[in-house]
Ligand binder design. Sequence first.
Ligand code: CDP
Length: 574
Amino acid sequence: MAISDISENALKVLEKRYQGKDEDGNVVESVEQMFRRVSDTIARVDANFDNTADTGKVSDEFFELMTSLRFMPNSPTLMNAGRTLGQLSACFVLPVGDSMEEIFDSVKNAALIHKSGGGTGFSFSRLRQSGASVKSTGGVASGPVSFMKVFNAATEAVKQGGTRRGANMGILRVDHPDILEFIDCKANNSDITNFNISIGITEKFMQAVEEQTDYDLIDPKSGTAVGHLSAVKVFELIVDHAWKNGEPGIIFLDRLNRDNVVPSQGEIESTNPCGEQPLLPYESCNLGSVNLTKMLRRTLTGYEFDFRLLEQTVNEAVHFLDNVIEANNYPLDIIAETTRATRKIGLGVMGWADALLMLEIPYNSEEAIRLADKVMGFINNTGHAASARLAEKRGSFPLFSVSTLREGPAMRNATVTTIAPTGTISMIAGCSSGVEPVFAYAFVRNIMDGTEMVEVNPILMHKLETLGLDKDRALLKRIAREGTIAHIEEIPQEVRDVFVCAHDIRPVDHIRMQAAFQNHTDNAVSKTVNFPKEATRGDVREAYLLAYEEGCKGVTIYRDGSREEQVLNIGEVN
Ligand code: CDP
């Protein structure tokens, strides 16, 4: 079976990080063998439920699903399925209890997860504040931020199975007494570099911001108020830090818990590293994304969504992701138990911006928002129906009868949809990442080990060809330098209106798009709201408030140039 359309860049990524290698680092697996290793391993699970299942046929289906680039599972599945490690999930959340034993257990568990290619999220909110007394030693506690540094150092020391460095999310509730220190803990770009940090915002806090009143700081041990702060001042401080270098982000804790389908199992305190997957302590989740550029069919005048193909793809993807839960080799027994009790999966999308380009719809238009609503609504409904059909054959997730879903049809999976960043799998699929707009139409991409790749957006190239501008080297160089085509007069205005990049799009339009997808997503949406360098703190504040009003579960912002090392740089074509 041929592997269609796979780009040279994709082949480089696959060779470097995914295809099997021998002890000397020689690649011993072809791209085809790699996808076959994954499809065989995941398809074999069918035999656990039906001893007459034709797993060869299912493997062919999964193989075609991936090699047609219609769908890609998260990186750990591609890397580890059918191999000794066998750890297939990208997302984990670990608890951090308020004792030395519990803290260092968590450090150890995180190291095991990182080694296997997963990312970990933690809430540090249960740790007593710095300066609080420690009974056994008569000393004083050093507080959440100092312990985060231990987690950070451990992460630094463990490279993830030689493939990727560990990623962490650190969350602190806004009412923790150490909140001011936490907000400031990444002010220096070289500190705590293996963490993204987010403030866990409560409804109570947002109300206090609105009413411009103080709010209580709560001692995590006793649950009593031990101080208070001006909500507006704290909010402004968060905004100020985010404006300076993009951190901290915010997550709306009460919203995560409103959508916690098994509240009997405890509270959701944290998400995975990139924020798209809220999980219970010790829960993990495997993700996968549909490539929307492959869900279009040609018409006489252009393209349109092929909803039948999308339906087929979602059905196959849900089947695939549910099998991953079975095939997965979990790093700890308790993670295996917790994950199998809810069987969460996170099906999302990638290539959204590219699909809009093909459809000639500007990302920052009402039409794009309406289409997002329709497409993600369709995926969410189809995905839930697929999970319900699996429940009929395989049984519902074990906690279904105590879940908030128990009145509805039985479900195989407590959650079905999540929108991931798709940082690497979108490179493999050769499409724009997640639901992000195109960052720049030509840029230099820094891969983690320092190598650089130059890329020109192929859809723009195609358009330039039809305009007879594709051989204009000076023009291409200018696009690479500027990232945007907004100011290039040789290109007709109606084309410039469609080919907008992240910086041409106002923050409010970024947030509206995030909200449109969030509306139809069980878990959360990974999205960065890009600001131009000259944006003000007021602009950032406005974006945060809008995200709150629009029903987002969190926000991450980034102001251009505010961190020295960016993963994506607008740069020159060589
Ligand atoms: O594209 P890929 O499957 O490699 O991953 P992604 O969609 O960019 O990220 C999904 C999740 O994988 C993140 O939210 C993290 O939980 C995890 N991840 C990680 O642990 N380490 C990384 N270097 C990148 C992602």
